[in-house]
Design a protein around this ligand. Structure first.
Ligand SMILES: [Zn+2]
Length: 408
């Protein structure tokens, strides 16, 4: 990897210091000048062209010379790449689970583009998609008739696009203009839904607005007293709605006033001098906005693709082994190996019953016996037969009715 890095650096250095572009620009200037001269006075044509010969040839030579250098470092770089990433075929698409649901894949791509704010790319993708559909319609109806994708049409109506446009407008104001007001307005309009989710977004935003005003409200010339005054007025005007839920935090903000102007060394430093405050608030806003739309905060396509990239080496190894041993894996929706993913990629806890070795489900939930051991409900019923029974993992005895359902 180090070699690759070095070659990459060398290449980009060459490219940035390369004189090729300058040389070509010089040549173009020469030619344009000659054209203008001839256009102004056609009688000078032959002498102008004669004068042009030598400098243009020299310019071409210089260009070729500097391109040579670029070529050679590009060659070295691609050789280093080939050496590191040996040409191996990717896992075959024989058992491509998604091949029958191309519209779902398309939908995921459009959603990803929309939530990344790539609106024009998304609309181009959608229009190309509908053209493709149009041309392959008869065939598609035969093979794929049942699978209509109303969700894609939903996106096409533009409502979702508008929502994301709103989100990006608010985020832009927040991140680049330090203007929290559109975000606060949005949070206020959706107060009930946010409260139902247990979200404190509105208070978080207002608290940052308070801090921002305290520091002068984006005006570096503002005096400290003026900033404090503006923050206090803001608190008087806006904070009463938050008193029931956030009394302690409001008290902290007011208490911090006493430490002014030594806030940097006070216990309130974390609130008033938090370098990540703005990005934190932007993140909470994105999360809440998406969740009210019924979406996760991170793009599912991004998560799926990253998890896939992490899993790829293992999957390729599995495929090689299966080919060598001529075995097949028949279980659907399940892999023969474990793929370790980082903790942020674990979304649902699962429990496998130690007795039946089956994964628990809503119908067959995990049950904890009074001794603290957990087995699946089916196993519990089988072992206890409705009466008193001994735990399979310790000597204690209990009744099935004393076991309690474990909620993961
Ligand atoms: Zn036990």
């Amino acid at each position: 990897m180090d070699v690759l890095q070095k070659e990459h650096e060398r290449l980009s250095k060459r490219l940035s210091s390369s004189k090729t572009v300058d040389e070509i620009q010089k040549t173009i200037d020469l030619l344009q000048e000659a054209r203008n001269t001839i256009a102004a006075d056609p009688t000078k044509a032959s002498i102008t062209l004669a004068k042009l010969q030598n400098p243009v040839k020299a310019a071409f030579d210089a260009t070729n010379e500097s391109l040579k250098e670029t070529h050679s470092s590009l060659n070295k770089y691609s050789k280093a790449l080939d050496k590191l990433f040996k040409d191996r075929p990717l896992p075959s698409s024989d058992d491509d689970a998604l091949s029958s649901s191309s519209s779902l894949v398309s939908r995921a791509i459009v959603m990803h583009l929309l939530r990344e704010g790539q609106f024009s790319v998304a609309s181009t993708f959608l229009s190309e998609l509908s053209q493709k559909k149009e041309s392959s319609r008869p065939q598609e109806q035969k093979t794929n008739g049942a699978e209509a994708s109303p969700s894609l049409e939903d996106i096409q109506t533009g409502e979702l696009r508008e929502q994301f446009a709103t989100m990006y407008h608010i985020l832009h104001q927040l991140k680049f203009e330090s203007n929290l007001l559109p975000a606060i307005q949005w949070a206020r309009e959706h107060r009930q839904q946010l409260q139902a989710r247990g979200s404190h977004l509105e208070f978080e935003l207002c608290r940052l607005q308070f801090v921002w005003l305290f520091h002068g409200g984006g005006n570096p010339q503002a005096s400290m007293a003026a900033g404090r005054q503006a923050a206090l007025e803001y608190a008087r005007r806006e904070f009463h709605a938050f008193v029931p839920d956030h009394l302690r935090e409001i008290q902290q903000l007011m208490g911090a006033m006493a430490f002014c102007p030594n806030l940097e060394t006070s216990p309130y430093r974390a609130i008033f001098h938090n370098p990540t405050a703005w990005s934190d608030v932007a993140q909470s806003f994105t999360r809440e906005f998406c969740s009210l739309l019924g979406l996760s905060a991170d793009s599912p396509l991004y998560i799926a693709a990253t998890a896939g990239a992490i899993a790829l080496p293992t999957l390729m190894k599995v495929q090689t082994i299966m080919k060598a041993k001529r075995t097949e894996w028949t279980s659907q929706n399940e892999l023969p190996v474990e793929i370790p993913l980082p903790p942020s990629y674990l979304f649902h806890s699962i429990f496998v019953c130690p007795v039946s070795k089956e994964q628990t489900t809503d119908e067959n939930p995990p049950m904890m016996m009074p001794c603290g051991h957990v087995i699946a409900n089916d196993s519990l019923q089988r072992l206890s037969k409705g009466g008193k029974f001994k735990c399979p993992y310790c000597p204690s005895e209990s009744h099935a009715r004393d076991a309690r359902k474990v909620i993961l």
